[in-house]
Design a protein around this ligand. Structure first.
Ligand SMILES: Nc1ncnc2c1ncn2[C@@H]1O[C@H](COP(=O)(O)OP(=O)(O)OP(=O)(O)O)[C@@H](O)[C@H]1O
Length: 255
């Protein structure tokens, strides 16, 4: 059954005050992502996020939507430590991301995967090389890299494209390659920022199906999107950023 996200239902959003698992007795360490009263306003534009609270347990799946410029990418950047909050705390698996620097930030980033709208594959490297680089940079031995590559490529359906360069792949295939790169290090958290923004509907649904599959394997998945069709098909919780604040659209639906 397709979840009905009624047109206009997001005009009356509920504040996201409850965890997605409201009846659980979770401790802070139980949350993969925990934003506590996070405010981030860019001084140049005066835009940003205000007092954002969000708790996601391991294995959650969440869409974050909202108009262009609402702050979806900013939210993702705060979680992977590319921006720091002005106020509040961003915790990933209990670690306060906003205070990490240098090696400790790199270490945290290795534990999460990030997927971008424009794929960000290195054009002069093959798909295999793009994916393997993540593991090489962690000092993982070559035979272990080989061992991990095959199932990862299979999971995204790119076994036969392993030796192609990004320019030889379709947009959908490039995005699947970028998902493979994001998950090859076995992250517990996958952040996908507008992952289907450049794709047609068929490819978008294929990407969604892979992200759902990863979620079924226990990975916490957060996706920002404008794509209402994708949200309707996915039957997953949705949060909306509006006027800098994060609201649940379908708070009754838990991951
Ligand atoms: N580095 C920055 N410096 C100043 N302002 C910024 C910066 N990054 C983002 N902003 C502003 O903050 C607001 C939120 O931007 P953000 O990219 O998070 O929005 P978004 O919801 O992801 O938008 P879109 O859907 O168009 O990608 C925007 O008004 C943007 O102009």
């Amino acid at each position: 059954m397709t979840r009905a996200l009624l047109p206009g239902s997001d005009l009356f959003p509920q504040p996201l005050e409850q965890p997605l698992h409201p009846r659980s007795q979770a401790t802070p360490l139980d949350y993969t992502v925990h934003l506590k009263g996070v405010t981030k306003v860019y001084p140049q534009t005066k835009f940003g996020l205000v007092d954002v609270n969000l708790r996601l347990k391991q294995g959650s799946f969440l869409f974050v939507t909202g108009p262009s410029g609402a702050g979806k990418t900013t939210l993702m950047k705060l979680v992977y430590g590319a921006e720091r909050p002005d106020h509040g705390e961003v915790l990933v698996a209990g670690t306060n991301v906003g205070v990490l620097r240098g090696n400790r930030l790199s270490h945290l980033r290795r534990q999460l995967g990030v997927v971008f709208q424009d794929y960000k594959l290195i054009p002069r490297w093959t798909i295999t090389e793009n994916i393997a680089f993540v593991l090489k940079s962690q000092g993982i031995p070559r035979d272990e890299i080989e061992r991990r590559l095959r199932p990862t490529l299979k999971l995204v359906g790119l076994q036969k494209r392993a030796d192609c360069f990004p320019s030889q792949l379709s947009g959908g295939e490039q995005q699947r390659a970028s998902i493979a790169r994001a998950i090859v290090g076995s992250p517990k958290l996958l952040l996908a920022d507008e992952p289907t923004g450049n794709l047609d509907q068929e490819n978008a649904l294929q990407v969604l199906s892979i992200l759902k599959k990863l979620n079924n394997l226990g990975i916490t998945v957060v996706i920002t999107t404008h794509d209402m069709h994708l949200i309707q098909v996915a039957q997953a919780p949705v949060a909306r950023i509006y006027n800098g604040r994060l609201h649940m659209v379908n708070a009754d639906k838990t991951a």
